[in-house]
Design a binder for this molecule. Structure first.
Ligand code: NAD
Length: 428
């Protein structure tokens, strides 16, 4: 039977609840999404036919602020997946102390099959369908898997047309010319690199002696691979949906990136080339092989449910930094824990994206724009300080880093929920 992502996400919550004093009201409310919307999006295709797509938007919890979360275009998008991603966003925003709640959205499709014109009509149609559900003070979408700044620009424009005024703060991850933030495009990878750099200082091995494998060479995966390469780490393997490349002396990441970028510009909005086509001095490997390579650091940066009870035993890396959302299942977690693997969790590691999205929203609302250096400096300060707090909780309570991150987030969520009154206040 397929694993329900939301039930699996709730396993993590239950586990963390044992280590934190939280009202029954708050823990009960956090088990359910606040609102889940399913819409049909009719799109006129280039050949004149009409196709109807299914779209979703979920607002999980808004106790700490307007909800925030990306929009995914992928054939695997379901309500269960979107609800789980919205759950993770709630904990991520709280773990980073952003004044935001969690949300997520998606459309079920293979975007590579659509022309740019069809994609634009679909993106605008999605906003027409969910316009009453989102807004700068209620719910602010952003990019996720297979969506990009251009798509965010179309969406912001459509929302502005509906409201008959420019509304840049309704969506983040926009192109710079439409009110996007410097540093947003690479923010998830950059933030993950800051966390990795700060945490690896605790283990006395210099970057030059450490090997890394990155699964998923998209926005987030390629950005962290580039940072690691520049810092001297040996990135020996990277992959995309079609497979991976391995080179034991280390890949030249800028060339891999250049190859992907040049293929993309020739073909479509999406990268149709694959990293497997880079021919020099490498072996091709499958995504499954990449996950069990004998490396120091493994970075899953593609999709959820990649390390499960089926392959966790074979993982050889000592450190896992979850750049993707939910790449390790709770059953996979238990095996990794027994093996002594340090799993730095998604709600911390990939929080750079939502942090700079928050900065973009702040800049749109204030009308004052920051330089890339300023954005990155603020990002580093925030994410490294929260990473240290999570490490500290993990050490003090002798619990895995993931549970520590949830405990940290739950303390903040509890404060916000309790401030509204709980049964302790009304009943006693
Ligand atoms: P992306 O669309 O830019 O890239 C996804 C990459 O994964 C592509 O290279 C694709 O080829 C590859 N891929 C797809 N299926 C795969 C498979 N089965 N095996 C291996 N590779 C596969 O997406 P992204 O924005 O980089 O997102 C990647 C992950 O990071 C997702 O889990 C997403 O939720 C998470 N994330 C992204 C952001 C963001 O700001 N973009 C923020 C936080 C978390």
């Amino acid at each position: 039977m397929a694993i329900s992502l939301l039930s699996d996400a709730n396993v993590r919550l239950e586990r963390a609840l044992k280590y934190v004093r939280i009202s029954e009201d708050a823990s009960e409310r956090l088990k359910f999404p606040k609102a889940s919307l399913k819409v049909s999006i009719p799109v006129r295709m280039d050949n004149g036919s009409l196709r109807v797509f299914e779209g979703y938007r979920v607002r999980y919890d808004d106790t700490r602020g307007p909800t925030k979360g990306g929009i995914r275009f992928h054939p695997g998008v379901t309500m269960d997946e979107v609800q789980s991603l919205a759950f993770w966003m709630t904990f991520k925003c709280a773990a980073l102390d952003l004044p935001l709640g969690g949300a997520k959205g998606g459309i079920t499709l293979n975007p590579k099959e659509l022309s740019k014109f069809e994609l634009e009509r679909l993106s605008r149609g999605y906003i027409d369908a969910i316009a009453d559900f989102i807004g700068p003070d209620t719910d602010i979408p952003a990019p996720d898997v297979y969506t990009n700044p251009m798509i965010m620009g179309w969406m912001m424009d459509q929302y502005s047309i509906i409201h008959r005024k420019l509304c840049p703060a309704v969506i983040t991850g926009k192109p710079l010319g439409m009110g996007g933030s410097q540093g947003r495009d690479a923010a998830t990878g950059t933030g993950a690199f800051y966390v990795l750099e700060a945490m690896m200082q605790r283990f006395s091995k210099p970057p030059q002696e450490m090997t890394v494998a990155v699964q998923g060479f998209g926005n987030a995966g390629s950005a962290i691979a580039r940072h690691l390469f520049n810092a001297g780490y040996r990135v020996v393997a990277v992959s995309d949906s079609q497979g991976g490349v391995y080179c034991k002396t280390g890949l030249d990441i800028p060339s891999v990136q250049q190859f992907k970028a040049s293929t993309r510009s020739v073909k479509a909005v999406y990268c149709e080339g694959t990293v497997c086509n880079i021919v020099n001095d490498h072996e091709t490997i499958t995504n499954e092989e990449l996950l069990t390579l004998d490396v120091d650091i493994l970075i899953p940066a593609a999709l959820e449910n990649q390390i499960t009870e089926k392959n966790a035993e074979d993982v050889k890396a000592r450190f896992i930094f979850e750049v993707a959302n939910g790449p390790v299942t709770s059953a996979g977690d238990r095996i990794l824990e027994q093996k002594g693997v340090y799993v730095f969790p998604d709600i911390l590691v990939n929080a750079g994206g939502v942090t700079v999205s928050y900065f973009e929203w702040v800049q749109n609302r204030s009308g004052l724009y920051w330089s890339e250096a300023e954005v990155n400096q603020r990002l580093k300060g925030k994410i490294v300080s929260e990473a240290r707090k999570i490490w500290q909780i993990s050490q003090e309570l002798a619990i895995p880093l993931r549970t520590a991150a949830y405990v940290h987030a739950l303390e903040r969520l509890e404060e916000a929920h309790s401030a509204r009154g709980t049964r302790d206040y009304y009943v006693s």
